[in-house]
Design a protein around this ligand. Structure first.
Ligand SMILES: [Zn+2]
Length: 145
């Protein structure tokens, strides 16, 4: 399998895990490290728009954690919900929550596909997409029918 490359960081997955070890995926029950990273689960556009800043800010906070706290700290789930980025962790610090909330807020204004500034549109459900990406999505959907 070809190694994942994160263009917005200029890093391969291996380099990402070396520079930001806290992005390593964990089994949420056993807290054992498992293969892969959670950063890559963030939709492409949002990674392009603020992936690096998000990692830097989270790292600064994570660095203040004790070894024991690091062991228990875990990212449980990453997803898009109601057009915004959701990062769910286990118990965490107020500072970490503030950082995560800041980027959830930011994600409402950036295209999930390409990262350009955009407005949300509500067409039954919420799309956070620029006009260009939204048109492309609609064309793709039309072609399938
Ligand atoms: Zn776009």
């Amino acid at each position: 399998m070809q190694e994942q490359y994160y263009e917005e960081l200029g890093m391969t997955e291996k380099e990402l895990l070396e520079k930001y070890p806290f992005t390593t995926l964990k089994n949420i029950w056993s807290l054992e490290l498992v293969e892969g990273n959670w950063y890559g689960l963030i939709p492409t556009g949002w990674r392009k728009a603020f992936g690096k800043e998000l990692l830097e800010e989270m790292t600064a906070e994570y660095d203040t954690f004790s070894t024991e706290y690091r062991h228990y700290w875990v990212v449980e789930e990453i997803k898009e919900k109601y057009g915004e980025l959701r990062i769910y962790t286990g118990p965490t610090t107020n500072n970490m929550l503030e950082i995560i909330n800041k980027y959830t807020e930011l994600s409402r204004h950036r295209c999930i596909e390409c990262g350009e500034p955009c407005k949300q549109r509500n067409v039954g459900w919420i799309f956070t997409m620029c006009d260009k990406c939204f048109d492309e999505l609609q064309n793709r959907t039309k072609r399938k029918k």
